[in-house]
Design a protein around this ligand. Structure first.
Ligand code: ADP
Ligand code: MG
Length: 249
């Protein structure tokens, strides 16, 4: 039994069957990659895991509890944290202020701006945010405007914002999309470090095979909303169906 069990999940958008019949089992403390061509349904699947979308059919269990019917912040409180395809930091705020947001959110259930008004609660949150920035090797950047950082550092901040909540499952949707090679390699190194040093399960959607083969313990190939094959990176590399799924890319 995996920490995440997806069974028979289907999702339709009007006439388009974005997910057919998805079965997926992610084992605790592994890194599981989901790959597949554009439009395969990867982001849709991820959105079904975090409560942003509700599947039409099937079940999603996290640590033995159903996530279906729960709101995104409730699923977040169950121990699932996610990094989206496009950066979701607040460019006008400092690095430290950005880091404070998920810490407030984890504590208060939902983020409320007036949480900032309580001085004593702010002190705890600042201390926690400073600590996470240190763990991320970003302490020297804490007063920088978040928008002025490199793409790789923005990702590092976002991943740190997730980790500040001490999730058991970290979900990433194409974390290196649009990055230069140096930033991609920094992100790979960061995720490797997280994988080795923390008690955490990682599920990553990724297009870049270099990233996938650097990190994944298991790989599921999704094509047209259905898993084609699931195996170790070594087996996936030579799999004819995988090559087929990528034809036309
Ligand atoms: P991937 O992340 O693998 O590239 P997506 O999950 O984003 O694929 O999309 C799967 C399919 O569902 C695509 O054909 C996409 O156009 C469609 N789709 C995704 N989200 C929506 C939506 N909110 N409304 C309608 N169609 C959507
Ligand atoms: Mg996507």
């Amino acid at each position: 039994m995996g920490i995440l069990e997806v069974k028979g999940v289907g999702k339709r958008f009007g006439g388009l069957q974005a997910l057919g019949d998805v079965n997926l089992s992610v084992q605790e403390n592994t890194c599981h990659a989901i790959i597949g061509p554009n439009g395969a349904g990867k982001s849709t699947l991820l959105n079904c895991l975090i409560g942003k979308l509700i599947p039409d059919t099937g079940s999603v269990m996290f640590d033995g509890q159903s996530v279906l019917g729960r709101k995104p912040f409730e699923i977040n409180q169950m121990g699932i944290s996610r990094v989206f395809q496009t950066p979701e930091i607040f460019g006008d705020l400092s690095v430290l202020e950005n880091m404070m947001i998920p810490i407030f959110a984890a504590r208060d259930g939902a983020f409320e701006l007036n949480a900032f008004s309580s001085v004593s609660s702010q002190k705890d949150v600042i201390e926690r945010a400073e600590k996470v920035l240190e763990e991320m090797n970003m302490a020297d950047k804490r007063h920088m405007n978040a928008a002025s950082m490199s793409r790789g550092d923005k990702r590092r901040l976002e991943i740190g914002m997730c980790l500040s909540q001490e999730p058991r499952l970290l979900l990433l949707d194409e974390p290196t999309a649009g990055m230069a090679r140096a930033d991609t390699n920094n992100t790979i190194d960061l995720l490797k470090e997280i994988k080795e040093e923390r008690d955490i399960t990682i599920a990553i959607i990724e297009h870049d095979m270099h990233v996938v083969f650097s990190l994944a313990d298991r790989i599921t190939v999704l094509a047209q909303g259905t898993p084609l094959v699931e195996d170790t990176p070594e087996k996936i590399k030579g799999h004819p169906k995988v090559r087929e799924a990528y034809l036309g890319e």
